[in-house]
Design a protein around this ligand. Structure first.
Ligand SMILES: NC(=O)c1ccc[n+]([C@@H]2O[C@H](COP(=O)([O-])OP(=O)(O)OC[C@H]3O[C@@H](n4cnc5c(N)ncnc54)[C@H](OP(=O)(O)O)[C@@H]3O)[C@@H](O)[C@H]2O)c1
Length: 290
């Protein structure tokens, strides 16, 4: 398939580009510099030039606190961006997959959020991402929305990489004990995004690794144990003690009502994927040393 990937220098964009290449797709990887998704003319020109059969949008402004302080920039990337891509995909009759977030939910629910739950974002980031979902769906009925959360993987500025890196340097670590989510490995997510593009079934999907979900503290503890840092301690903290500008959901665990019924098997158990990630990190470190 001819696949155009936006935000291709980001954590998920890299994983999707790598995966699509590995299965023989013709891949057009566009980073922020080469394609600003907030620019409708550039989006249309790029898609007309590359003529993709599928567009997978991995671009977003993901700095949750930054979005709180600069809503205009948040809406440009996270709301108008998906809309521009949806409109251009429609013109080219391309499949369109765009990633959204668990932060569209308030976090007040106990248990898992499914597609039956009403979105009620509490942060500018969440509001801008939900607006991106709605604009994309109303611009192009073929849109596939993928909500996910707690993403970890190589090449990203993500919580888990930071924890492992800091443990390696002997730094003090903190883990939030009262915020829960369902971890998602960027490589597993990439496989599912491509499968969904292939299936071409419009709708909203929740895509996370299997398991009951965890707090950040437990998530970090698992990565440290699997990475050989069992003796490294984590200071347990409450989210409120961090005084961050943007509110975050207390619970944003996701479950999908649609994946099973359409024949998609669950993604691997999150701890197995954390193990893969930690092993990959260790191999990269060894290769860098030799
Ligand atoms: N990370 C998570 O835990 C998480 C959780 C839930 C959902 N998500 C969603 O997953 C998707 C991928 O996120 P990620 O974790 O891979 O984030 P990331 O590593 O921050 O990657 C996002 C990429 O998008 C680019 N970008 C920002 N604004 C853009 C624009 N206007 N036009 C084109 N590119 C732009 C960024 O480039 P610059 O850095 O150069 O600006 C960056 O390379 C996003 O939709 C995000 O909302 C992430």
């Amino acid at each position: 398939m001819r696949v155009l990937i936006t935000g291709a220098a980001g954590m998920v964009g890299r994983a999707v580009s790598d995966h699509c290449r590995s299965i023989g797709d013709e891949v057009f990887s566009c980073d922020h510099q080469s394609l600003d998704i907030a620019d409708p003319d550039l989006v249309l020109t790029t898609l007309r030039q590359d003529r993709p059969e599928a567009v997978i949008n991995c671009a977003a402004w993901t700095d949750v606190d930054g979005c709180e302080l600069d809503p205009e920039r948040a809406f440009a990337a996270n709301a108008r961006g998906p809309e521009n891509l949806a409109l251009a995909s429609r013109q080219l009759n391309a499949r369109f997959v765009t990633i959204s977030t668990d932060y569209v939910f308030s976090g007040e629910k106990e248990g898992f959020y499914t597609q039956r739950d009403q979105a009620d974002p509490q942060s500018i980031y969440g509001v801008s991402k939900l607006e991106g979902e709605r604009r994309a769906q109303s611009a192009y009925s073929r849109t596939i929305i993928v909500r996910t959360g707690f993403i970890f993987g190589p090449g990203g500025n993500n919580f888990l990489s930071t924890i492992v890196e800091r443990a390696r340097h002997g730094d003090k670590l903190k883990g939030i004990a009262d915020a829960y989510g369902t971890p998602t490995y960027s490589r597993d997510l990439a496989v599912r995004l491509r499968e969904l593009a292939q299936l071409d079934l419009p709708g909203t999907f929740h895509v996370v690794n299997a398991g009951d979900g965890v707090s950040y503290e437990v998530f970090a503890r698992a990565a440290l144990d699997l990475g050989g840092y069992s003796s490294t301690s984590i200071e347990s903290v409450l989210a409120s003690s961090l005084h961050r500008p943007a509110p975050r959901p207390r619970n944003s665990r996701l479950r999908c009502l649609l994946s099973g019924p359409i024949g998609l098997s669950p993604l691997p158990f999150w701890k197995d994927s954390v193990g893969d990630f930690v092993a990959l990190n260790a191999r990269s470190e060894l290769a860098a040393k030799s």
